[in-house]
Design a protein around this ligand. Structure first.
Ligand code: C2E
Ligand code: MG
Ligand code: MG
Length: 580
């Protein structure tokens, strides 16, 4: 190799030079006294330059180094030259002649004279780009590559005004399940297949789009030559369809699907990072819709996503405020949750026989927030678990307090009130629910018969494997069990029959539709007959008028709940009522 033969070499060095010629690594050597540096042909090739030996100063190298990486490399070279260290290693980005970044590792060693002064510094340069920018599982470019590509694409579009590209963010759904079913090898095979399918679509359209793997089961595609949203959406749809085709693995078949989020580039999008973020926001929106959806980013989506994030953080804070009642400083941030109580009425006597506890959120800025605005979010984020724990404990505590209040006023009077608490699906499916309920009862010093739990059919369906044990455990404990919203879900007789419910709550949609037609009345009549034959109580929900109450009564419905009798009340109102 010319760079070394030009110097005095012993036999060992010559053998080394021969090896160097066969190597894919580049070589360089610098004289610390003059700064003169020689670069081997392979070094030059890595930088995309003429592949012949080149002599220059160190700046020939340093000027090509990525500005973020340069200070560290310079610092190490200086330390090596100054005799502070004997060897060094540096990974950095080197600008190729084509304008792209190559990832390289430079290693060097210093040779010193007897006095310790540096005589010669020699080193290698290894091109790591393929390793660094390729995802080993799929062979696709990785995130680093994609970001670099997209940034350059932005620069180019800013110069040319040609914004005909979009970013598609896609994620294989239920990938964890695939890993569990097929093992990690099967999961990897599905990833590789996904990459191949995307590549095939891209090749078929010949549009020069660029795919990359981001993390686990998330991928990105820069869709090229898509002058408008319609074209980009169509391309995304084709990719989504292709990914939905069944995947075979060692005799197993899985039906994959992907959530897809698309964001169009345009002069209004500030930079590559923002475009990726928009695609990601659309991807999240697609995931929320269910399986296999494609969503295009739109104005407002990000604001909504941010609002959701804020709400999640606030809800978490509100729960923390309850967990640490001492931390009064946190009382304003996040606000507080409260249970309101809606009376359940004996339709004949008009007497209150119990209450349903319904959660509300006193938010510092938004005021009173209703459960439909935050229960779904809590369900998604698992905040429903601490929320449910809090609700259960709070309802039990409140029952105990009311009992005590009535007992103090009139020691002879036994308060005959029950309180129902809604259980979310996740809460219902959680191991240890029965013990958790038992503990809440004990802590509040109330008996199990004071408490009812409302479970929906969909909760039963989502946890079919454990539902039977859970329901029996709760029954054994002695708490009442209400099937909530009956008639809206699967309304399977099997559910009523199999599980030990004692009360069935007729969904308010039937009550409210009674006036509109005969069919709702007939459905209610059937449900009431069903309850009677299974020896269950029935409560009609959502009674808003005297006519509805009378009609229900004539159909044989004994219990009801609704705005006609009372809206959900805050605990102080109930306390005042009981005191009176
Ligand atoms: P749900 O369990 O079916 O509760 C009945 C809902 O109907 C309550 O809405 C109640 O205010 C409303 N309602 C009562 N009477 C009438 C009426 O005459 N007309 C109309 N239009 N509505 C009436 P709310 O309080 O907004 O609660 C909505 C849902 O949120 C509840 O439905 C329940 O599924 C859920 N939820 C409420 N509190 C909790 C809780 O602490 N934990 C869980 N997991 N879910 C809760
Ligand atoms: Mg309910
Ligand atoms: Mg209900």
């Amino acid at each position: 190799m010319a760079i070394l033969t030009s110097m005095e070499m012993d036999c060992g060095q010559q053998r080394f030079a021969l090896a160097a010629q066969a190597s894919l690594d580049g070589f360089w050597e610098t004289d610390p006294r003059t700064g003169e540096t020689r670069f081997s042909p392979q070094w030059q090739r890595i930088a995309g330059l003429e592949a012949e030996e080149h002599t220059a100063t160190m700046d020939h190298w340093l000027d090509r180094v990525h500005p973020e990486d340069r200070p560290e490399l310079e610092q190490r070279l200086t330390a090596l030259r100054g005799g502070k260290i004997d060897r060094m290693e540096s990974e950095h980005r080197l600008r190729h002649e084509n304008g792209r970044w190559r990832w390289v590792t430079a290693r060097a060693i210093a040779q010193r004279d007897a006095g310790g002064a540096g005589q010669r510094i020699a080193g290698t340069m290894t091109d790591q780009t393929d390793r660094k920018l390729t995802d080993p599982a799929t062979g696709l470019p990785n995130r680093l590559f994609f970001i670099d590509y997209l940034e350059r694409r932005f620069d180019e579009a800013q110069r040319s005004g040609n914004w005909n590209f979009a970013v598609l963010s896609l994620g294989l759904e239920r990938f964890k399940l695939v890993n569990e079913q097929l093992g990690y090898e099967g999961g990897d095979a599905l990833l590789a297949e996904t990459a191949a399918r995307i590549q095939a679509v891209i090749e078929a359209c010949g549009c020069g789009s660029v795919p990359a793997r981001l993390t686990a089961a998330d991928l990105l595609v820069c869709l090229e030559n898509k002058p408008g949203e319609a074209q980009a959406m169509e391309a995304a749809r084709v990719i989504g369809d292709r990914l939905r085709q069944p995947f075979q693995w060692r005799g197993h078949t899985v039906s994959p699907s992907a959530a897809l989020g698309l964001a169009m580039a345009g002069p209004g999008v500030l930079n590559a990072e923002n475009l990726m973020r928009d695609a990601d926001t659309a991807h999240s929106a697609a995931r929320e819709k269910g399986r296999g959806h494609l969503v295009c980013y739109s104005q407002g989506m990000r604001e909504r996503a941010l609002a959701r994030m804020r709400m999640e953080a606030d809800l978490e804070q509100a729960l923390r405020n309850h967990a640490n009642p001492g931390s009064e400083g946190g009382q304003t941030a996040g606000g507080r949750l409260v249970l309101h109580y809606q009376p359940e009425i004996d339709l004949e006597s008009g007497r209150i026989i119990g209450f349903e506890a319904l959660v509300r959120w006193h938010h510092p800025e938004r005021g009173l927030v209703m459960p439909n605005e935050f229960i779904p979010l809590a369900e998604e984020t698992d905040l429903i678990l601490p929320l449910g724990d809090w609700g259960l404990a709070e309802a039990c505590r409140q029952i105990g307090e009311w009992r005590e209040l009535v007992r103090k006023r009139n020691p002879q009077h036994v308060l005959d009130l029950r309180v129902s608490v809604n259980l979310s699906a996740k809460q219902f499916g959680r191991p240890g629910l029965v013990a958790c309920v038992a503990e809440a009862l004990e802590r509040a010093g109330i008996s199990a018969s004071d408490l009812r739990l409302e479970v929906t059919e969909s909760s039963l369906m989502s946890h079919e494997d454990t539902a039977q044990d859970t329901m029996q455990g709760l029954q054994k404990l002695g708490v009442g069990l209400h099937m909530d919203d009956f008639g809206t879900g699967y309304s399977s007789l099997n559910h009523l029959h199999r599980y030990p419910f004692d009360t069935l709550k007729i969904d308010r949609s039937f009550v409210q539709a009674m006036e509109e037609g005969k069919s709702s009345t007939e459905i209610i009549r059937t449900i009431l007959g069903l309850a009677r034959s299974l020896d269950m109580e029935a409560v009609a929900e959502g009674i808003e008028t005297a006519e509805q109450a009378a009609r229900l009564q004539s159909l044989g419905c004994k219990l009801g709940q609704g705005y006609y009798f009372a809206r959900p009340m805050d605990p102080e109102a109930v306390t005042a009522m009981l005191a009176a």
